[in-house]
Design a protein around this ligand. Structure first.
Ligand code: 4NP
Length: 157
C-alpha cells in the first residue's frame, strides 16, 4: 500500500520557537498519532524572532511535555516568506505573533490564534512562559493540549 499524501499543512508560530510553538507542534503530532491520522498532516513550527535558531525547545518546556508523554524533538527556526505559501494553516500563539506575521507578509486569512479554536479557554492568548515559573509551563500545556484537540478535529479528513 502506498502512503497517502500529506494533505493538510499546519505551522505553529510564537516569538522564540522554543516554548509555545514547538509544544503545539509536538502535541498536535502526538494527538494525530493517537488517532492514527498523522500521515495526513505536515506539521512544523517557527518563531517570528531568530534568537534561538537551531536550539532545541527550552528544557522546562521539554520536561513538562515529557511528563505528559509528548516528545519535542524540533529545532528552532525563524519563519520565512516561503512558509506563507507552503502552509495551509498558520496558527499564532498570541496577538503580537499574529501582528508580526501579517506585517512580514502572511496572508491574513491563513493566520489564526490557537485559542480562537477553544471557546472554553479562559484566555485568548497562550501566555509566554519563558520568564516565569514552572506553573506557567503547565498552564501552557493545558491550553495547547485542549486547543490542539479541537484543531485536529477541525482538520481531520
Ligand atoms: P516562545 O517563548 O515565544 O514561546 O518560544 C520565548 C522564548 C524566548 C524568548 C521570548 C519568548 N526570548 O526573548 O529569548
Amino acid at each position: 500500500m502506498t502512503t497517502p499524501p500529506k494533505s493538510t499543512s499546519v505551522l505553529f508560530v510564537c516569538l522564540g520557537n522554543i516554548c509555545r510553538s514547538p509544544l503545539a507542534e509536538g502535541v498536535f503530532i502526538h494527538q494525530a498519532k493517537e488517532r492514527g491520522i498523522d500521515a495526513q498532516f505536515h506539521v512544523d513550527s517557527a518563531g517570528t524572532g531568530n534568537w534561538h535558531a537551531g536550539d532545541l525547545a527550552d528544557a522546562r518546556m521539554r520536561e513538562t511535555a515529557t511528563r505528559h508523554g509528548v516528545h519535542l524533538p524540533s529545532r528552532a527556526r525563524q519563519v520565512t516568506a516561503a512558509d506563507f505559501t507552503t502552509f495551509d494553516h498558520i496558527i499564532a500563539m498570541d496577538e503580537s505573533n499574529r501582528r508580526d506575521l501579517i506585517s512580514v507578509g502572511a496572508p491574513k486569512a491563513k493566520v489564526r490564534l490557537l485559542l480562537e479554536l477553544d471557546p472554553q479557554a479562559a484566555v485568548r492568548e497562550v501566555p509566554d512562559p519563558y520568564y516565569g515559573g514552572p506553573e506557567g509551563f503547565e498552564e501552557v500545556f493545558a491550553l495547547v493540549d485542549s486547543a490542539c484537540k479541537l484543531l485536529l478535529s477541525e482538520l481531520a479528513e
